[in-house]
Design a protein around this ligand. Structure first.
Ligand code: NDP
Ligand code: DGY
Length: 328
């Protein structure tokens, strides 16, 4: 473990972009203990590292529950997560203890939407298969019936969760010539007018969409939302894309849907677990493209996320405004 500076105690659970570390060092108000690795901190080290901490800067892979909060003790004033998703935080326990939470909305919206569009196109147009055929000699000539997929032009796209990222995905997809943009969620959104979004019941979205993009947050209601019944309502020619959280999808049911021809293809940026074991059967399917949770992974976005998470942490430590405080 590496120690930088002094004063209030802060535990940072991973190497983070230097933009964030610089802000913490320059502030001169905290002593930073860093889990100095690109790999996740082990649970025992996390429980040790947070002891007596006033601030915790964590990642989506760190489960922050009552045990961690108890290990931290009464000094803990602020938890800053380097993510927009906060399903790894036990908010009820955090609230009970009066701890403030910072997160990183907006700054990663464009990067995540862009990656989701790339994943959709990769799955729909069979890009990984094509690349593989070039390398393994399967490309014998231009063939009229070979490696055909599905195009966006004239299609119906369904977005489950038209929030910041869902809307940014919709904005990017419309110029491909999408005919109808359907969305489902808890409430209709006035801003959906910009993409001519139609708020529809989930069943309508499932049966009418050619592409289904999941961009909702993980909540008790969305946990396991995409299951056997869900896939059975989709068109056989439809493409399914998930860039929200892995547990929104029942992966066994997705495997059955993909291998039986119930649906055409899938693109996943998030899985359960992460990493997905290399012998997982989803990885045996040509019509399933799996990425290692890289939605927000551009250099600049990660730098800005690092800076924002550091500023949030400092705001919480000093009892001042945080640039992005979660209200819960
Ligand atoms: P927002 O809060 O802006 O959007 C979340 C959306 O989820 C809202 O529109 C909400 O709709 C919707 N939602 C909630 N419950 C349901 C439900 N039961 N059915 C359908 N929709 C629902 O968050 P962001 O767009 O900023 O981020 C969304 C998620 O994306 C994050 O929580 C995170 O899990 C994931 N993410 C993944 C990344 C990656 O690398 N792959 C990168 C960044 C984020 P309503 O308003 O109607 O409740
Ligand atoms: C998040 O922020 O929630 C993503 O999953 C990673 O950027």
């Amino acid at each position: 473990m590496q120690t930088v500076g002094k004063l209030m105690k802060v535990f940072v659970t991973r190497r983070i972009p230097q933009e964030g570390m610089k802000i913490l060092s320059a502030a001169g108000v905290c002593e930073v203990s860093l889990w100095d690795s690109d790999e996740p901190v082990q649970r025992a080290e996390l429980l040790k590292g947070v002891q007596g901490a006033h601030g915790l800067l964590c990642l989506l892979s760190d489960k922050i529950d009552a045990e961690v909060l108890d290990a931290a003790g009464p000094n803990l004033k602020v938890i800053s997560t380097l993510s927009v998703g906060f399903d790894h935080l036990a908010l009820d326990e955090i609230k009970k203890r009066g701890i403030r939470v910072g997160y990183t909305p907006d700054v990663l919206t464009d990067a995540t939407a862009e990656l989701t569009v790339a994943l959709l196109l990769a799955a729909a147009r069979r890009l990984p298969e094509g690349v593989e055929e070039v390398k393994n000699g399967g490309w014998s000539s231009w063939k009229p019936l070979w490696l055909c997929g599905y195009g966006l032009s004239g299609s119906t796209v369904g977005v489950i969760g038209l929030g910041r990222i869902g809307m940014a995905i919709a904005r990017r997809l419309m110029p491909f010539g999408v005919n109808r943009l359907l969305y489902s969620g808890r409430t209709a959104k006035a801003y959906a007018a910009e993409v001519k979004g139609e708020f529809v019941p989930l069943d309508t979205l499932l049966s009418e969409s050619d592409f289904i993009v999941v961009s909702c947050s993980l909540t008790p209601e969305t946990l396991g939302l995409c299951d056997k019944a869900f896939f059975s309502k989709m068109k056989n020619t439809a493409v399914f894309v998930n860039s929200s959280r892995g547990t929104v999808v029942n992966q066994e049911d997705l495997y059955e849907a993909l291998s039986s021809g119930q649906i055409a293809a899938a693109g996943l940026d998030v899985t359960t677990p992460e990493p997905l074991p290399t012998d997982h059967r989803l990885l045996t399917l040509k019509n399933c493209v799996v990425l290692p949770h890289i939605g927000s992974a551009t250099y600049s976005t990660r730098g800005i996320m690092g800076a924002l998470s550091a500023q949030n942490l400092l705001g919480g430590l000093q009892g001042t405004d945080m640039p992005s405080e979660l209200t819960f």
